[in-house]
Design a protein around this ligand. Structure first.
Ligand SMILES: NC(=O)c1ccc[n+]([C@@H]2O[C@H](COP(=O)([O-])OP(=O)(O)OC[C@H]3O[C@@H](n4cnc5c(N)ncnc54)[C@H](OP(=O)(O)O)[C@@H]3O)[C@@H](O)[C@H]2O)c1
Length: 326
């Protein structure tokens, strides 16, 4: 077809413009999805815990670790929902995955999990704090914390601290905290962590919990360094990933999500693609990872919020120690 660019009809201009925009979108979509981890370590003999690994990014992370030889503990709150994940990993790599129940929204469950883990394993090489929840309505955990910060931060805070002896017993250890770009959207309110004084907004609460993940990472690394331990702690954003993290949203949200799905599909990652930055932090040479840093797309990135400071990291650590009764 010969096009006379000076005498294009409106429909020809429309088709050309549409084609051009579509090509740009496809290129952008390709760019978003293809930044993958390229290095793999042999993890034979290593013990790995992945929280929230029955589904989504956590499942892909656990599967990769098992495929690379590690013994993987699926630290999940529901045995029935974890069974398919457990079976699918063990079919690929017999006896390399094990379920131990962990409900991060219940500190007594965290303590039980750690007791069971300690009775079976005397070291821990990799702790992947991946689980998280987003809740549209304000809710409290068994211990009285707002559920998002309670699950996403306080549960992981206690878990990591109680596992410190096991981490120290590994020749080298990594604590990888799955945060989110959502940490840039809000702030952390130390005077009202549990939304008792302000009105509850789910994405503010989620963002606050994801800020907490980064602050926790920073102070944990400081402690690791002060004690001259051979360990590293990093946080990361996995990208926008097509998982079921919005499972608790109201029906209207679900309808809108379904309608927007074709566009969302173009600009989001599959769970396996979403696991790539976690895998990068697992497999990259220990000396090449930046201690305490925040990663996205398999690269170190700057923190995206001015409330991310060493002072706030210390403040959150002190408060968390008190609240989880460490
Ligand atoms: N998807 C995204 O676009 C995106 C973007 C940025 C960051 N992230 C982060 O990526 C991580 C993984 O999320 P995902 O997208 O893979 O979501 P997901 O598929 O919903 O997985 C979340 C996991 O957390 C578990 N979990 C929730 N509450 C728990 C509790 N009280 N105790 C133990 N486990 C609990 C869930 O278990 P149940 O199945 O029992 O509920 C599930 O296994 C999260 O930290 C999330 O904040 C995701």
């Amino acid at each position: 077809m010969n096009l006379d660019f000076q005498n294009l009809t409106y429909s020809q201009i429309f088709i050309l413009a549409f084609g051009f925009i579509f090509a740009i979108l496809l290129l952008l979509s390709f760019y978003i999805k293809t930044r993958a981890n390229k290095k793999f370590r042999n993890l034979s003999g290593q013990i790995v815990i992945v929280t929230g690994s029955n589904t989504g990014i956590g499942f892909e992370t656990a599967k990769d670790c098992a495929l690379n030889g590690a013994k993987v503990i699926l630290a999940c709150r529901d045995q029935k929902r974890t069974q398919p994940a457990l079976e699918s990993i063990n079919q690929l790599c017999p006896n390399q995955a094990e379920f131990i129940r962990l409900d991060l929204g219940d500190l007594s469950s965290v303590r039980l999990f750690v007791n069971e883990f300690k009775s079976k394993y005397n070291k821990l090489d990799l702790l992947i704090n991946n689980a998280a929840i987003i809740l549209p309505e304000r809710n409290l955990t068994k211990d009285g914390f707002e559920t998002q910060i309670g699950t996403n931060h306080f549960g992981h805070f206690l878990l990591t601290n109680l596992l410190m002896d096991q981490l120290k017993a590994a020749p080298q250890f990594r604590v990888i905290n799955v945060s989110s770009l959502a940490h840039t959207f809000s702030t952390i309110d130390f005077d009202d962590l549990h939304f008792e004084k302000r009105s509850y907004k789910q994405f503010e609460a989620y963002a606050q919990s994801k800020i907490a993940n980064i602050l926790f990472t920073i102070n944990l690394q400081k402690r690791i360094d002060q004690q001259k331990l051979n360990g590293i702690s990093v946080s990361l954003h996995p990208g926008t990933v097509r998982t079921d993290i919005s499972r608790n949203q109201n029906p209207l949200f679900r309808v809108l999500y379904t309608l927007a799905y074709p566009l969302f599909y173009l600009f989001s990652k599959s769970p396996n693609q979403g696991a790539q930055t976690t895998l990068y932090c697992i497999h990259e040479d220990f000396d090449k990872l930046v201690k305490g840093a925040y990663y996205s797309d398999c690269k170190k990135q700057n923190f995206g919020n001015k409330c991310i400071t060493e002072e706030n990291a210390q403040k959150l650590w002190d408060l968390s120690t008190k609240l989880v009764k460490l």
